[in-house]
Design a binder for this molecule. Sequence first.
Ligand code: H2B
Length: 96
Amino acid sequence: MVERLSEAQRTALVELVPEWRAAEGRDAIVRSFRFPDFNAAWGFLSRVALLAEKADHHPEWSNAYNKVEILLTTHDAGGVSRRDVALAQAIDAIAP
Ligand code: H2B
């Protein structure tokens, strides 16, 4: 079972991923991305899917043409956990 973070731990960890913002209405982090076109957005999503599968941690996301939004939360913990921050860092590393 993945532990949900305390408020202090959460603040400290979320500071490691400054590109991500708090989701509205739920305990989750979100980042928006914009690409030159759909092809680039889809290529990025494919790479994130491979990362997610490897980490056994799956994002909620949406895509409209060249825009992608990714939301990370740990369903098993009912909120943000270290696993979300770890995946956010991995996604940041492959983001344009
Ligand atoms: N992804 C996310 N985002 N949160 C989870 O709690 C989660 C997951 N749990 N991927 C994993 C899979 C779990 O259900 C399986 C059994 O490992």
